[in-house]
Design a protein around this ligand. Structure first.
Ligand code: ADP
Length: 946
């Protein structure tokens, strides 16, 4: 198929037969053949259309061929149309004449068909190439007009020059910048001629600094800042970019520079600078820096666009002809944008705007797009439209931005809109993504149970973080902090006392960008917080905080800790108590079991029996007292004790107490003084219980005073109270221990090895009983080693004093017939006595000592063969005594037997290393003792035999 435009040929002859003959010959050329029967008709046809050639018969009636040819030449449209004369008679015209008239050729009949065809084929070609040339010229003119329309319309200044530095382009924006059109001056005068200055606006640019000059010199220039300040005109800040231009062969064509006006931004910056107040200077400056950075980035973006436009590569370009409503795709890029390749492309040759939109635009955006285009067409307002279009190649939906300007009708061209198109899908997606993530972030923040805020760090001049401002908070923020309306205020404004460590921690997060998680206290807010802090923007020092008020949790943790410590302490005391209890219960058992054996073997010895019984009774009393104390404490603790209150004489109470404590007092050789200031006093009280109280105090005084001490029991009246005090000359109590002595299971120091040691419940019992009576008890001591006084105060009644009973002193041990010389050493008098009595019954020679020193003294004089030695004694303990005895060579063969309440393995090891031969656990059973004696007898026989 021939797509080329037709090249019609006009055949002029008055004889139809001739015309037929010509048509027959020329048919095969395939071009339109137009007939004209006369000169007039030929002229008419030539006025209406362009013809490739005219075949003109010379002889015609009326207007002949020559006349016709002259008129053809005179007509504007056909001035250059080739004319070929045809004549039957060669003499009709001379060649010269024919050419003078304007013919290009002439042929004589009869016509030779191939010649005629060849000639006309040549003219057809000629016609066609001329037409194409004209079309190309028209197109070039149009293109130039289009390009210069674009260049005139853009906001950036664009200047170009030829290789010689002659300016060839100086667009509208440039003319506005300079407030003048260009002048024919050389490159070295540009700076001065066009008022060009450096970024400061006052230093003139040197000629070689002018961007166009540099570009002409072969340099690619990017974003050079300069100022254009025409005299009397507005000074503008511009960013200039440009490059040299080369043709395909690499010859320099000149250079081009585009200039982007950034005055508005510069002014905004300056205005901002001026508005900054002193106290917020620093933060504002930082924000401004950020703004500048952003606007620079935006600038670079828009510049990029201009560059693309200039290079006409990145932008699709289209034209919408308003007269014909034809939308034309002007460049390759546009086809690419819409995915129109191959066959699809062919279908998109110029078409009506409406059809195009139906075909390509998304149904929801088509109307808006049409409306925007129509508005531009009607009002001349710049077109700027973003919408969704289908890309044919992959049927995908793309976001496309259309921009355009109206070019009003000019003489040759009708009104039209010139426009560009860019695929902005990626940008749109990025924007959507950003918006979505912002929405997600906001929704999350709003719905959080945790407190959330974004803060901006504030620094001292030396760079130290000293405060922060709340930029943003979530609804839960108030609940967690108790702070209302925090946004916009600083932490210091709200809580001036807020600790420095908070600022330091957040300052560090802002500086290093590393997130932290921690718990800390904010005293000023009276709260504890669990905080996660992360930096959202290091440049501006923004930190996001996610936090929870953990004050409650902290409190309960704290009280749990306290409770656990208290539990552990009471548990420790209880364990210690149980150990002591076991020990205390076992101590009286030794003498009792000794006594029982004594009774069994002491057949006729009435005196020995009496002594054993007395001793057993004493120990039993002690046991009973211990168990009673325990029961009492348990009963009092569970509120089961009821006082049997009745009118009682104070004297009787004190007498009974002294009586029960007497054995202990005597055993230790203490002196007891009783001072009753007002005899006969009467109280309403439970006499038995009060006697127990006083007896407990006396027992303690006896226990905690070294033997031979002095103890005073005093009673007096003080107003409505009776004051009873027990004072000793004993070991005293350290000041720090005083407050605790009345606590249950409390023992000052550790007296476990002391036979006197108690359970640590005596004083607790005293206090509870006194309190049950509505009284109080206190302890005083001038310090360790300086004695103690316990004072009981009780509400009073009236009464009379009673005489105190006389207490007999403890008796000494009796002697028995010796078999061995045996020394028994034990600070527990009963234990010592009972063992001594047992051995005495067997006829051994017995001595008894109650402490280490007297044991050593007795041994030196008595020279015992066997020593039963208690380990746990006050002063020198059993180990020390044993070592000392062993040092004397005379005691080399003496058998040393350890007595201990603690049968543990390491005690045996210790006693062996101290020089003991044997180890017995208290109470020592008679069989074990007898076995030892038998061993000793065997040894003696061996030595005497030797
Ligand atoms: P215990 O059974 O240990 O004697 P108490 O409750 O009677 O228990 O006494 C508690 C602690 O108070 C004793 O272990 C002892 O350390 C101290 N204490 C009590 N009375 C005296 C005192 N008169 N002199 C020195 N310390 C005493």
């Amino acid at each position: 198929m021939n797509l080329r435009p037709p090249a019609p040929i006009l055949l002029v002859d008055d004889a139809p037969a001739n015309l037929l003959a010509l048509e027959a010959v020329l048919q095969t050329l395939g071009e339109p053949l137009v007939r004209a029967g006369s000169g007039q008709e030929a002229l008419r046809r030539l006025r209406d259309a362009d013809y490739a050639a005219v075949l003109l018969d010379v002889r015609m009636p009326g207007m002949d061929g020559f006349e016709t040819a002259r008129l053809i030449r005179a007509q504007r449209r056909s001035r250059r149309t080739p004319i070929i004369f045809i004549t039957a008679d060669a003499s009709d015209l001379s060649v010269e004449e024919a050419y003078a008239i304007g013919a290009v050729d002439f042929l004589t009949k009869p016509i030779v068909a191939p010649v005629l065809k060849a000639k006309l084929a040549f003219f057809v070609e000629l016609h066609r190439s001329r037409q194409e040339l004209q079309a190309a010229e028209r197109k070039a003119v149009q293109d130039r007009a289009f390009l210069s329309a674009v260049l005139e319309a853009v906001e950036d200044g664009i200047v170009a020059c030829g290789p010689d530095g002659r300016l060839t382009l100086f667009n509208r924006a440039t003319r506005e910048f300079h407030a003048m059109d260009f002048e024919p001056v050389g490159a070295s005068n540009w700076s001065q001629q066009y008022d060009l200055y450096g970024p400061d606006g006052v230093t003139p640019l040197r000629p070689e600094e002018v961007p166009l000059h540099r570009a002409l010199g072969g340099e690619v220039v990017r974003n050079v800042e300069l100022v254009i300040a025409p005299p009397g005109g507005k000074a503008r800040h511009l960013l200039a970019s440009g490059q040299p231009l080369y043709d395909e062969a690499g010859h320099k064509l000149g250079a081009v520079v585009s200039m982007h006006d950034v005055s508005a931004q510069r002014e905004a910056e300056q205005a901002r600078e001026a508005a900054i107040t002193e106290q917020t200077r620093r933060e504002e400056a930082e924000a401004a820096a950020e703004l500048i950075r952003e606007s620079r980035e935006r600038l670079r973006e828009s510049e990029q666009r201009v560059r693309l436009a200039t290079e006409a590569a990145g932008l699709g370009v289209w034209v919408w002809d308003l007269g014909s409503d034809q939308l034309t795709w002007e460049n390759e890029r546009l086809f690419e944008i819409f995915g129109l390749t191959g066959a699809a492309r062919g279908s998109l040759e110029p078409g009506r705007l409406g059809d195009r939109l139906t075909e390509l635009a998304h149904a929801d955006d088509a109307d808006a797009c049409r409306a925007a285009l129509l508005r531009t067409a009607r009002t001349g307002e710049r077109l700027r439209f973003e919408g969704r279009f289908f890309r044919r190649s992959d049927r995908s939906l793309r976001w496309i931005e259309l921009t355009g300007i109206l070019q009003p009708a000019q003489d040759a061209t009708p009104a039209r809109v010139l426009g560009t198109a860019v695929d902005i899908t990626d940008r749109k997606h990025a924007e959507d993504e950003l918006r979505r993530s912002e929405e997600r972030y906001r929704a999350l923040m709003e719905s959080l149970d945790e407190g959330f805020c974004v803060i901006q760090m504030l620094y001292a001049p030396d760079g130290r973080p000293v405060d922060y401002r709340f930029l943003q908070v979530n609804p839960a923020f108030e609940k967690h902090t108790g702070m209302v309306g925090a946004v916009g205020r600083t932490m210091r404004e709200i809580a001036p006392e807020h600790e420095a460590h908070w600022f330091e921690i957040y300052g560090r997060v802002a500086r290093t960008g590393e997130p932290v998680r921690f718990e800390n206290e904010a005293r000023a807010l009276g709260r504890w917080f669990d905080v996660y802090a992360t930096c959202t923007d290091r440049a501006t020092g923004k930190v996001a905080l996610l936090f929870t008020d953990i004050t409650e949790r902290r409190r309960s943790e704290e009280s749990l800790r306290r409770l656990a410590a208290e539990l552990a302490e009471s548990d420790r005391r209880k364990t210690e108590f149980l150990a002591t209890l076991a020990h205390e219960l076992r101590n009286p058992l030794a003498p009792i079991s000794n006594g029982l054996q004594l009774l069994r073997i002491a057949d006729g010895d009435a005196e020995a029996k009496e002594r054993a019984r007395n001793m057993m009774e004493r120990q039993l009393r002690h046991l009973v007292r211990l168990v009673d104390d325990l029961l009492d404490i348990a009963r009092i603790s569970s509120g089961k004790v009821e006082l049997k209150k009745e009118r009682t004489a104070l004297d009787a109470i004190l007498g009974s107490a002294v009586e029960s404590s007497m054995p202990l007092l005597n055993a230790a050789g203490h002196q007891l003084d009783v001072n009753i200031a007002e005899p006969g006093l009467q109280l309403v009280a439970d006499g038995t219980r009060l006697a127990q109280v006083v007896s407990n105090l006396l027992n303690n005084a006896a226990k905690y005073t070294p033997d031979g001490g002095r103890i005073e029991l005093a009673a007096r009246r003080d107003g409505e109270e009776v004051v009873i005090s027990v004072t000793d000359t004993g070991i005293g109590i350290a000041a720090e221990a005083l407050p605790q002595v009345f606590e249950m299971f409390t023992q000052v120091g550790r007296h476990r090895e002391r036979s006197q040691g108690g359970l640590g419940i005596g004083l607790a019992l005293v206090r509870r009983l006194v309190e049950l009576h509505g009284g109080s008890v206190t302890a005083h001591s001038a310090g360790v080693g300086r004695g103690s006084t316990f004072t009981v105060r009780l509400p009073v009644g009236a009464g009379a004093a009673a005489p105190l009973p006389q207490v007999p002193a403890a008796s000494a041990a009796a002697e028995a017939a010796p078999v061995f010389r045996v020394l028994v050493v034990d600070d527990n008098v009963d234990a010592a006595e009972s063992l001594a009595a047992l051995l005495e019954l067997d006829g051994h020679d017995i001595r008894v000592a109650h402490d280490g020193d007297s044991a050593i003294a007795q041994a030196a004089e008595f020279r015992p063969e066997i020593v039963f030695l208690d380990i746990g004694m006050p002063g020198k303990d059993g180990y020390e005594v044993a070592r000392e005895l062993r040092r004397d060579p005379r005691n080399r063969d003496t058998m040393l037997v350890a007595l201990t309440g603690w049968g543990a393995q390491d005690d045996r090891a210790r006693s062996r290393s101290a020089g003991f031969d044997h180890h017995l656990t208290k109470p020592a059973e008679l069989p074990a003792v007898e076995a030892l004696l038998a061993k000793m007898a065997g040894r003696r026989q061996e030595t005497s035999a030797a």
